[in-house]
Write a protein that binds this ligand. Structure first.
Ligand code: ZN
Ligand code: FE
Length: 256
């Protein structure tokens, strides 16, 4: 199957929009357009015609550009069936296990509730690309606005099971702040210490730290590591239940 060429468009304070272009067909998807202008400009500059919008969830900083882009391009908008009434311009409602096609590139939909009740993620296996919105971040995870810790842990566990090389195309540049928290709960994680040095150096130069890959997230992201004895000890829950350790880690981050 075909591979996607993916470019990142930084907008607003810390949002990332993605253009995913499938060259054999010419199809081009926009992932989570917070705004329209920079997306239309980026596509025009490359000579790409936008055929799809893919939304991970309904929040305004992920769907704000939907209607304007659709009006300009006539594209098809794909989003969560559970959130169809709150997703502007939605055409196709998707849910867990369905496949979507961007030209000849197939992506699998995962339901990943927690941040919102109907949040979905899209995994394009042949491109090693996961578009996960506000569920999994580099060194972090989304806030639990509409779901329990049990649900979010189940969602993250699905994503955690994907291959090492999977690139994590999340929707925000939160990595440095996430990393400071991560170090507070796993100060002796040498992979994390090393990664944070690289992140600090990149941010000093204004360079994006996204995408990361799933291997490094499993090694350093505290929200994928409730089984870490080090983390459990630091937060005072040695031998704790994984969901409870995850919930406590999320609570500590909210107050960090
Ligand atoms: Zn959100
Ligand atoms: Fe967001």
């Amino acid at each position: 199957m075909a591979q996607l060429e993916i470019i990142q468009i930084p907008v607003l304070n810390d949002n990332y929009i993605y253009l995913a272009h499938e060259p054999t067909s010419g199809a081009t998807a926009v992932v989570d357009p917070a705004v329209a202008g920079p997306v239309l400009d980026a596509a025009l500059k490359r000579g790409w015609t936008i055929s799809h919008i893919i939304n991970t969830h309904y929040h305004g900083d992920h769907t704000g550009g939907n209607l304007e882009i659709k009006q300009e391009t006539g594209c098809t908008i794909i989003g969560s069936g559970i959130e169809s009434d709150r997703t502007p311009g939605i055409d196709r409602h998707v849910g867990d296990g369905e496949t979507i096609m961007i030209g000849n590139a197939g992506g699998v939909v995962f339901d990943v509730p927690g941040h919102t009740a109907g949040h979905v993620a899209y995994w394009f296996e042949d491109s090693d690309a996961l578009f996960c919105g506000d569920t999994l971040f580099a060194l972090g995870c989304g806030r639990l606005f509409e779901g329990s810790a049990t649900e979010m842990w189940a969602s993250l566990s699905k994503l955690k099971a994907l291959p090492d090389a999977t690139k994590i195309y999340c929707a925000h540049e939160y990595t440095q702040a996430n990393g400071r928290f991560a170090l507070s709960v796993e100060p002796d994680n040498t992979a994390l210490v090393t990664r944070m040095k690289e992140i600090d150096a990149k941010r000093l130069k204004g360079i994006s730290t996204v995408p990361s890959n799933l291997r490094e997230e499993r090694e350093t992201n505290p929200f994928l590591r409730p089984d870490s004895p080090d983390l459990q000890r630091t937060i005072g829950m040695p031998g704790g239940d994984l969901v409870e350790v995850f919930a406590e880690t999320r609570r500590l981050k909210n107050n960090f």
